[in-house]
Design a protein around this ligand. Structure first.
Ligand SMILES: [Zn+2]
Length: 600
């Protein structure tokens, strides 16, 4: 090849490359919508693994909390941390039996058998004989059979349900789903009851929960409630729940409620932090997913309804600037004013991803440098997509919503509730505080919770997860199941939980009518509003530290807010009123503010 030809080839390839790059940067507006002058985000999103949580981190507070004596620090005890905090039960963790025994109510987790020296077992027995309460999750040998009135734990992976001897208000609270069938089911322990009262039994008839009164109470629970809660909160409980969404699956809530009642009964001065804002029975978070062309226009009718009722709501917007198998482009200069209109009505704007792919859960994490307009995820069909990353979906959608509308975007919901294992750390890396990424039924309860790295048992992430209780895609149509939705919220209200409602504004009526009925039905009884507003309340409540202790013959409640203002948080003192009656105190604190109040 002569030099001239070589130079021409070089020139052509350089020019061709430049031309191809230009064509990519300025794509066919029918296929990719590019906002003039929008490029970013320019910073890099870095995923960091937080340090693993340790037992000593939770060795906190005074002696009137529920104590968990951890006999194996590699066990699922983080389930107690997340579970008790969400439900407002004061607790502490320790590996030191002497510290645990300063508390009236002691849980020994995960194993009492073969984990503790004889002297400690004797001290635990003496604790019960002097009026204390002990709950263990197994019992085999060790000489405590007589005190528990039950023993010889029989392990089995085949058990699926637990049924209380005394029926509860709802059949799904009476018979709890506690295990999956198949390969990943969990061990349960059954007990041969002697003198103990059998409070619940498994589907094979073997006792699951027993208690014996020996001055105090000695109880056994054969379900690893902390591990079960972890499985649910980590989004791995779907195989245990009986339905997918819109039903009632409260296994974890009811087991925690039982332990809470054990604490309240066994502790001289128990207290609880209400999971609902002061004066409310339940919290309803009103969310709307905009993932369809017409929805952007229809959203206004929903915002109008909320504003007319003095409420806010969340609108999760898909920043759809790429035309693909899913739909046409509907995030562009034409729709941005509509989004600004939602903000002007006091609504929250959250992200509903860029691609809205059903296989988002299988997207690679990405390098944290994904930026608009070069990031162009493309949905090929129901089960395929190309060019998308978890970080790209989060950071590019957030950048665009903020840049185009000025909204402070802190909430995220993936399309189709497709939930990648890395989502918690990716949300933390991209500035989100709240997400709603899985159905409540798969968590086996109706409480928000703090997330963990890789949806595993070791390290807490800063953001909170708010699972979906009611949505509008399952048959029959939403408007035909108002009574079922209303009944489910009433079920959730018994434990003062949280009902997240998901409505797609793909049509105005009849779904708008459903939302209007729901608001009217729960006005006054429920806190109602956006994920951002409730999330801020929840995070401040979670960071609030409350303790009750005796000082100079008087009971004193001390409280300190974290770095967020605490508003309308109720502290319930079941025995703190005159003559041991129940009493409620409402806390309002500025960030970091502390208060002490004498109770009697
Ligand atoms: Zn969607």
């Amino acid at each position: 090849m002569n030099r001239g030809l070589l130079a021409l080839a070089l020139l052509l390839s350089v020019f061709g490359g430049w031309w191809a790059y230009r064509a990519y940067r300025a794509p066919d507006p029918e296929k990719v919508y590019v906002f003039k002058g929008f490029e970013g985000p320019s910073h890099v999103s870095r995923v960091v693994r937080p340090p693993a949580a340790t037992v000593p981190q939770f060795d906190i507070g005074g002696d009137h909390r529920l104590a968990v004596l951890v006999t194996d620090p590699t066990s699922g005890w983080l389930g107690f941390v997340r579970g008790f905090r969400a439900r407002g039960v004061p607790f502490m963790l320790t590996e030191d039996p002497a510290v645990a025994l300063r508390h009236r109510v002691v849980l020994v987790y995960p194993r009492i058998s073969g984990r503790l020296p004889p002297a400690t077992l004797q001290a635990l027995a003496a604790h019960v004989r002097s009026g204390g309460t002990l709950l263990a999750f197994d019992q085999q040998g060790g000489g405590l059979e007589d005190m528990f009135g039950a023993g010889d734990g029989i392990a089995s992976r085949a058990r699926r349900t637990l049924t209380w001897a005394t029926p509860r208000g709802d059949p799904r609270e009476t018979t709890l789903s506690i295990n999956a069938s198949g390969e990943d089911n969990m061990d349960t322990i059954g007990f041969l009851a002697g003198k103990a009262e059998v409070l619940a039994a498994y589907d094979d008839g073997v006792p699951a929960v027993t208690c014996r009164r020996v001055v105090g109470r000695a109880c056994l629970m054969g379900v690893d409630i902390a591990a079960l809660a972890e499985r649910g909160m980590n989004g791995r409980g779907e195989a245990i729940s009986r339905d997918y969404v819109n039903g009632y699956e409260p296994s974890v809530d009811i087991l925690f409620a039982w332990i809470r009642d054990l604490y309240v009964q066994g502790e001289t001065m128990p207290w609880l932090i209400s999971p609902a804002p002061s004066g409310r029975d339940v919290s309803i978070i009103l969310t709307h997913d905009i993932d369809f062309t017409r929805s952007v226009v229809n959203a206004k009718a929903y915002a109008d309804l909320l504003r007319a009722n003095g409420l806010s709501g969340t609108f999760f917007m898909q920043t759809k600037y790429v035309k693909d198998w899913n739909d046409d482009i509907f995030f562009n200069a034409r729709t941005v004013p509509l989004l600004r209109g939602l903000l002007a009505e006091g609504m929250e704007l959250g992200s509903h991803s860029v691609a809205h792919s059903r296989v988002f859960k299988a997207f690679p994490l990405g390098d944290g440098r994904e930026a608009y307009p070069d990031y162009r995820p493309f949905v090929i069909d129901r089960t395929h997509a190309r060019g998308g990353t978890v970080l790209g979906e989060l950071r590019v959608s957030r950048f665009l919503l903020r840049k185009a509308t000025g909204a402070d975007v802190v909430s995220f919901r993936p399309g189709h509730l497709s939930y990648p294992p890395a989502l918690p750390q990716a949300l933390a890396a991209t500035g989100y505080l709240y997400s709603s990424a899985l159905p409540a039924e798969s968590t086996l309860g109706y409480f928000p919770f703090q997330t963990t790295y890789d949806r595993a048992d070791a390290a807490l992430e800063p953001e909170y997860q708010f699972p979906v209780a009611i949505e509008d895609e399952q048959a029959p149509p939403l408007q035909d199941r108002f009574d079922a939705a209303d009944a489910l919220i009433a079920d959730i209200a018994r434990e003062h939980g949280v009902a997240v409602i998901l409505i797609h504004p793909d049509v105005v009526q009849p779904k708008l009518g459903f939302e209007a009925r729901l608001i009217a039905a729960w006005r006054g009884r429920a806190w109602m509003g956006s994920l951002r507003d409730f999330g801020a309340w929840w995070a401040a409540r979670d960071a609030l530290d409350v303790d009750v202790a005796q000082q100079g013959g008087k009971w004193v409640l001390s409280a300190r807010a974290g770095d967020k203002a605490v508003r309308e948080v109720d502290v319930i003192l079941p025995k703190g009123g005159a003559h041991g009656a129940a009493r409620t105190m409402t806390l309002n604190l500025a960030p970091g503010q502390a208060t002490t109040q004498v109770l009697n």
